[in-house]
Design a protein around this ligand. Sequence first.
Ligand code: VGL
Ligand code: ZN
Length: 212
Amino acid sequence: MKNRALLLVDLQNDFCAGGALAVPEGDSTVDIANTLIDWCKARGEAIVASQDWHPADHGSFASQHDAEPYTQGELDGLAQTWWPDHCVQESEGAALHPLLKQKAIDAVFHKGENPQIDSYSAFFDNGHRQKTGLDVWLRHHEITELIVMGLATDYCVKFTVLDALQLGYTVSVITDGCRGVNIQPQDSAQAFMDMAAEGATLYTLSDWQETH
Ligand code: VGL
Ligand code: ZN
């Protein structure tokens, strides 16, 4: 279906084993991404990716506030989790995972470049103040349906999916292609429930392949 695209969220080194903000089993999503890339390519569907892309002094970094990573604070009037320094622009940690079939990706959208505000969603910053180029790109390519997977379930995947639904896209989430930070152990399970409650359809990769 040509009006469908695969959206790969933040499959970056810093969210994988050995990275600054490593998500448990983050690496295990890369095989699933590559399988979906082949599946979509074979059908002539577009493949896009988001990349968390922070300046070295980004306001979401605990180091900027003398705070402990993974605790809560406030940034420019918004509730903010303080993160370890991660995905600094041009760093190895910000690069897409080396085993990801990157050549197949048609467009990459950066987010989190403004030091004053965090940006979990691939569409908007956390205050919905500014938009990335993703929505315009998808509309330009007449894409109305998204397959979403990536890192992290409870942050960037969740907010990307909720924004996509609000923007009117039909959204399928490949659950085994996602892994979460889980500051609280149920965060990822709750995130999947929130996405489904707002209208996303959840599939495992094999469910998706059997039904499409
Ligand atoms: C993310 C925390 C901070 C993510 C990005 O990609 O889910 N999480 N920055
Ligand atoms: Zn970030």
